[in-house]
Design a protein around this ligand. Structure first.
Ligand code: UFG
Length: 342
């Protein structure tokens, strides 16, 4: 059983990936300091993987603590690096926090990979690297645009650091995965999105309004040049996204990579507007949401969605779920997650 270190394995996408890796015969261990995840999340994960999750409660900016993980686990075959701060507005307010964490922990993990002979690396990148592009759908060859915020810049810089590292270490192989809009939760409702920090993403806001944690919500902008005036996004179910990581691990371990640093877009390839997502939520869950139509949010791009040809063909990855599955599983999770904070 190949051992995979999941950095940020108790966070939103990390936890789902630990479960998917285990379902596909891998031995996933985690390093997570619970800076944006609940300690109890380990219970949900352990329940789904059928054994206690091995998690190192380590801040990966601490090089000594990070090294200990690699020393204790000389059989790690690949690292999946999720551990990062992820909120666009917070990154604008506190850029140092983002540069310090997202870059330092990446450098430390790469350094440990080199020192402890781990040759396979998968990086959580984002469609944010494309900036406000006019070229739709975006392909992996669409050039980087101006980063809209420090968070996006840490992803652009992270990708560049990994490229340089691959050039300097020809036996090292990396896959950069550019996520579009991850949402939804595991069908069991035993794990799901549960940040500690204030969430600003659309789908969890829908569920928070539905359950009454928020009185109402605003659709940010209805005068965009789109089919109903609201923004278009490529919502990808977190379990499909998680499975892409398993595929990426297999891709590297089987030596199928074309270069030492391959890049893949991970979305469905279909744009859904904010109003369509909201309407799908109401229809699928038979609920009415209290919302108003408001002004545009600063920094939002009008539309972005992925060309997924490369990930489908090269990774052999096919997303199976759509916006209806996303809003159903997200709502199921919202109604089941109270135990996390009890
Ligand atoms: N939205 C609302 N109301 C809300 C929250 C969001 O209308 O209360 C809208 C936003 O304006 C946007 C859409 O829903 O049009 C999606 O917004 P999210 O905040 O859920 O996601 P973003 O598209 O802003 O963010 C995603 C990724 C980021 C990445 C960014 C780059 O989650 O990691 O794309 O474009 F940086």
């Amino acid at each position: 059983m190949s051992k995979i270190l999941v950095a940020g394995g108790c966070g939103y996408i990390g936890s789902h990936t630990v479960v998917d890796l285990t379902d596909h015969g891998f031995n996933a261990i985690s390093a997570d300091d619970f800076s944006n995840s609940h300690r109890k999340m380990t219970e949900g994960i352990s329940n789904l993987i059928g054994k206690p999750l091995k998690n190192y409660d380590v801040n990966l900016c601490d090089i000594e603590a990070t090294e200990k993980i690699f020393q204790e686990n000389p059989d790690i075959e690949a690292v999946i690096h999720f551990a990062a701060h992820i909120y666009v507005p917070e990154s604008v307010e506190d850029p140092i926090k983002y540069y310090r964490n997202n870059l330092n922990n990446l450098l430390n993990v790469l350094e440990c990979c080199m020192k402890y002979n781990v040759k396979n690396f998968i990086f959580s990148s984002s469609c944010a690297v494309y900036g406000n592009t006019k070229q739709l759908p975006v392909t992996e060859d669409t050039p980087f645009g101006d980063a809209e915020c420090p968070y996006a810049r840490t992803k652009q810089m992270g990708e560049q650091i990994i490229r340089d590292f691959c050039i300097a270490n020809p036996n090292f192989n990396a896959v950069l995965l550019r996520y579009f809009n991850p949402a939804g939760s595991h069908e069991s409702s035993k794990i799901g999105e549960a940040p500690i920090l204030e969430n600003t993403h659309l789908v969890p806001i829908l569920t928070e309004v539905a359950i009454g944690h928020r009185k109402n919500m605003t659709v940010f902008g209805t005068d965009y040049d789109t089919r109903d005036g609201s923004c278009v996004r490529d919502f990808i179910h977190v379990m499909d996204l998680a499975h892409a990581h398993t595929k990426a691990v297999e891709y590297l371990l089987h030596g199928k990579n074309e270069t030492t640093c391959d890049v893949f877009n991970l979305g469905i390839g279909n744009g859904v507007t904010v109003l369509e997502a909201l309407n799908a939520f109401e229809k699928v869950n038979d609920l009415k949401l209290n919302y108003s139509l408001g002004e545009r949010r600063t920094g939002d791009v009008a539309a972005i969605y992925a060309d997924t040809k490369r990930s489908r063909e090269k990774l052999g990855w096919t997303p199976k779920r759509d916006i209806n599955d996303i809003v159903k599983s997200a709502w199921d999770w919202e109604q089941n997650k109270a135990w996390l904070t009890e």
